[in-house]
Design a protein around this ligand. Structure first.
Ligand SMILES: *[C@@H]1O[C@H](CO)[C@@H](O)[C@H](O)[C@H]1NC(C)=O
Ligand SMILES: *[C@@H]1O[C@H](CO)[C@@H](O)[C@H](O)[C@H]1NC(C)=O
Length: 164
């Protein structure tokens, strides 16, 4: 899709209807500069953006160039869930995922016991891509499990209560 076009002969600017009020093009032909201004960018604008110049009767030289726009989005509050049966002797997975986030967030779990004291995970626990796998759970496994989703903008957490 095109954001819009600047016509140097009469200074007219056409902005794509989808970007009306969101995109502006300001150009100075003498200074050989054209600026695309994007307001309130979203993930939709996270893409390669190309600028193309047309001179009637002249297609020599470099007529276009591209740049990469990376829109950063803070992680949304992660959703944490228990998968499996929270009963003595079972294996459980705790999952953690943010719907939004750019770059894609990384996830980290922490565990607090029922008295809210930070502790290490029980033996054989594994953690990968936001999934914490608990092996052979017991009442000792009960407590609070905090998942933190982090990207370069910010962190967000969820707090899951596990009662075995
Ligand atoms: C599971 O944990 C209990 C103690 O809570 C232990 O007696 C049992 O051997 C464990 N089972 C396995 C398969 O590790
Ligand atoms: C998690 O939730 C429990 C129960 O609401 C609370 O006591 C605890 O302080 C919370 N932990 C964190 C790190 O937010």
């Amino acid at each position: 899709i095109s954001f819009g076009t600047f016509y140097s002969d009469d200074g007219h600017v056409d902005i794509n209807q989808m970007y009306e009020g969101k995109a502006e093009i300001t150009s100075d032909v003498d200074a050989r500069i054209s600026q695309l201004i994007l307001k309130q960018v979203t993930m939709r604008e996270s893409r390669r953006i190309k600028c193309r110049v047309q001179i009637p009767g002249d297609d020599m030289g470099q007529t276009s160039a591209t740049t990469l726009l990376v829109v950063l989005v803070a992680p949304s509050a992660p959703v944490c869930r228990i998968q499996g049966t929270a009963e003595y002797g079972y294996n459980l997975s705790l999952t953690c995922a943010s719907d939004e986030g750019s770059p894609v967030p990384t996830y980290q779990w922490q565990s607090y016991d029922v008295r809210n004291v930070l502790r290490s995970f029980p033996p054989k626990t594994t953690e990968k891509d936001g999934v914490l796998s608990l092996f052979n759970v017991s009442s000792d496994t009960s407590g609070y499990y905090i998942c933190t989703a982090t990207n370069k903008i910010r962190s967000a957490t969820c707090n899951l209560t596990l009662a075995v």
